[in-house]
Design a protein around this ligand. Structure first.
Ligand SMILES: [Zn+2]
Ligand SMILES: [Zn+2]
Length: 509
């Protein structure tokens, strides 16, 4: 009876001290000393509902990243260093582990152990000074028929200058100003709303709202392409996707450099994205009458094999399944480097980062609205591999036995995501010269310097990470692990404080 209570208390204290409350235990074998120990790695969740301390830290890092890139006055250097042998080894090792994990998954086995190893390796890879995620860009793109190419919008086009910096302006007093933009883009109306819920749920266009949310990230990509074309330089941005009260995603974007407000609005108005997918309006199979698996999905009555994903794409007509555009509400604001205005925008940009899209519900009407939205998403195909395609008579891409329409497990259908399963923070490659891991490294370096320790990169051959088996006697109960981390954090803080005092008043030594 007392145990869960103790755990709750430990969690509360951990939150107060900014210590991760859902640490991942990994066994670390030190190849130099032969020592093997269990190490807690922070979960790193960006969501407050999962781990408030990690979410808070994550938000602070994002704010630092946004601030650092917004008003750069020098071109960022982006030539990556040649990977070292150690870095190559890490990536190769990760590939092996990934293959093992995929094998287990294929055999229907529990992959949580190997997933934990992969998490540990990703951390190692970033700490070894490599950017991004190994799985970053994979898979091949299908060559689309030219007939269905996205039409170029009707917009002015400037000659491209090879710079990522915006224009500067000289004031009468001789000072140079470097203005930037803060832009908010919103989706169109699906029906009148009051306090975040439709006035008339029956006429509110839930299907359109669902499809717009599912394809929102593509629309944002198009907007950036068009923006760069019109601006005539390699425009950089830091953007966040956040839920509006009516539960549609919208975009806040810090843009480096400036354009006339009217031109920004013109770009937003001309931007659209066409979705070239098979139709998903008329259900062909539903209820108990569902396609059956026979080395491919087939009509349960006639036995006729349904078209595969590629065949369905080849048979598309000349009308896209969906076209998504922004709404009329485009907000463009000029911001000056280092002004209180800029700080306010950065806080605004990161305001909801620690909340999931469906987490801001308020009141009965809005909860019912959210439930109807989730209903509309249930049979909407979220991707080419979505089992929902069976409902519309098409075999999903990579079809396999056991697929049931309405039971897709992808994030997009979940109430926390409300159709938008993409990244919440979108940062262009030449924004601040640094990835989030590098911003994290900045902080670590700072602390180590304050402690008078050298921040040497870890020798990648030194540690071998292993998953911790359930019931491993070296893993203490979570409450004990939290208290340990808290004690460690307190020791560090005290040490740092002492160093600060010493530097302020050397005689005190
Ligand atoms: Zn955490
Ligand atoms: Zn799906």
């Amino acid at each position: 009876m007392a145990q869960p209570l103790a755990r709750d208390v430990a969690e509360e204290i951990a939150k107060l001290h900014g210590v991760c409350i859902r640490p991942v235990a990994l066994r670390r074998l030190d190849m130099t000393t032969g020592k093997s120990e269990v190490v807690d790695v922070p979960c790193g969740s960006p969501l407050e509902s999962k781990c408030p301390p990690c979410a808070k830290r994550n938000r602070q890092l994002r704010m630092a990243q946004c601030r650092e890139g917004w008003h750069l006055d020098e071109e960022p250097i982006i030539t990556p260093d040649e990977p070292t042998d150690g870095q190559r080894w890490l990536v190769e090792f990760r590939a092996d582990m990934q293959a093992k994990r995929d094998e287990e998954a294929k055999a229907g086995e529990n992959t949580s152990d190997l997933d934990a190893v992969l998490t540990g390796l990703d951390i190692e890879i970033n700490e070894a000074g490599m950017r991004g995620n190994v799985l970053g860009r994979m898979g091949s793109k299908r060559v689309r028929s030219t007939k269905r190419r996205q039409d170029a919008p009707d917009l002015p086009k400037r000659k491209m200058a090879s710079t990522t910096l915006g224009r500067t302006f000289e004031a009468a007093d001789g000072r140079t100003y470097r203005p930037s933009l803060f832009v908010t883009l919103t989706l169109p109306s699906y029906g009148k709303v009051l306090n975040g819920a439709p006035i008339d749920p029956d006429t509110y266009d839930y299907v359109r709202a669902a499809r717009d949310a599912l394809h929102f990230s593509k629309l944002v990509d198009r907007f950036v392409q068009n923006l760069r074309r019109v601006a005539g330089y390699d425009v950089q941005y830091f953007a966040t996707v956040e839920p509006q009260k009516r539960l549609a995603p919208h975009l806040h974007m810090a843009v480096r450099g400036t354009l006339p407000r009217a031109e920004m609005k013109q770009i937003a108005a001309a931007t659209y994205h066409q979705v070239w997918w098979p139709q998903a309006d008329e259900a062909r199979f539903e209820g108990d009458r569902l396609p059956i698996w026979n080395d491919g999905y087939a009509d349960p009555d006639t036995g006729e094999v349904l078209p595969t994903w590629d065949e369905a794409l080849d048979q598309l007509g000349d009308k896209p399944m969906h076209v998504i555009r922004f709404g009329d509400q485009v907000d463009v604001k000029g911001v000056l480097a280092g002004s209180p205005d800029a700080d306010q925008c950065i806080r605004y940009l990161s305001k909801y980062l620690t909340k999931s899209l469906g987490e801001t519900l308020d009141g009965q009407a809005q909860r019912e609205h959210a439930a109807r939205f989730v209903d509309a998403l249930r049979y909407e195909p979220c991707s080419p591999t979505c089992p929902n395609w069976l409902r519309y008579g098409v075999q999903p891409k990579n079809a396999k036995p056991g697929m049931v329409p309405g039971c897709c497990r992808s994030k997009a259908h979940k109430p926390e995501h409300l159709g938008y399963a993409g990244r919440r923070v979108l940062v262009s490659r030449k924004w601040s010269n640094k990835t989030l891991a590098e911003h994290k490294q900045d902080r670590r370096t700072w602390v180590l310097e304050a402690l008078g320790q050298a921040d040497e990169p870890t020798d990648p051959h030194r540690y071998v990470w292993q998953p911790v088996r359930p019931g491993d006697p070296d893993v203490a109960p979570i409450g004990v692990r939290l208290l340990r981390s808290i004690a460690e954090r307190q020791r560090w803080r005290a040490h740092l404080r002492r160093l600060e005092e010493l530097s302020a008043n050397p005689q005190a030594a």
